[in-house]
Design a protein around this ligand. Structure first.
Ligand code: COA
Length: 167
């Protein structure tokens, strides 16, 4: 069984992330999507909310769920991988600008756990521009995010800003 782990902050999950999940399921026997903490970021949604939005988005996107698990974890990715019997980390690469930080994270993870390998999947051209912060920013200023995210995420993001703006 080749179990791959797809970590991220997923704040919120985008169609680009969903595309990486779908393609990873074609490459590996099973996939664990894990909402991790990036201590440089202050999230919009709690870890539980992000897990729930991923679960609902996967169903909405028609991605098969038999070999897919979605969880959250507040520790080190290398420890999580070990605890879950995986030695494969999957990440999406969008542009050259992603490379440096991904290279550094992959090397650090391998130092922490030598059997751990990172596999990079090229993000589809149509999602190259997309990131969770683009989704948040466009929605904050009232723009249409329906082509970036699923309808469950669109509703949750809009609701977040509606409450924040006290409407
Ligand atoms: N489609 C759309 N957006 C994508 C994408 C894709 N295919 N792939 C990446 N992105 C975006 C993400 O939405 C995110 O956007 P944002 O910065 O606007 O929020 C950005 O690219 C970076 O994504 P990612 O590389 O997944 O970083 P992250 O901050 O979401 O996650 C962790 C980094 C959580 C995996 C990392 O901090 C971690 O492992 N933390 C646990 C602690 C640990 O082990 N630390 C040591 C690691 S060296």
């Amino acid at each position: 069984m080749r179990i791959a782990i797809y970590p991220g902050s997923f704040d919120p999950v985008t169609r680009g992330h969903l595309d990486i999940m779908k393609r990873s399921l074609n490459l590996f026997d099973s996939l664990i999507v894990v909402v991790m903490q990036n201590n440089k970021k202050t999230p919009m949604f709690t870890a539980e909310e992000r897990v729930e939005l991923i679960k609902q988005s996967v169903v909405e996107a028609g991605i098969p769920t038999e070999h897919l698990k979605v969880v959250s974890n507040a520790g080190l990715l290398a420890d999580f991988a070990k605890e879950n019997g995986s030695s494969i980390i999957v990440k999406g690469l969008r542009a050259i600008s992603d490379f440096e930080s991904e290279f550094q994270m992959a090397a650090a993870n391998q130092k922490l756990s030598p059997q751990l390998d990172s596999v990079f999947i090229m993000t589809r051209a149509k999602y190259m521009y997309l990131s969770s912060s683009i989704v948040r920013e466009v929605s904050y200023f009232g723009g249409d995010i329906s082509s970036f995210v699923t309808s469950v995420v669109e509703t949750a993001v809009k609701e977040h800003y509606r409450r924040q703006h006290g409407e």
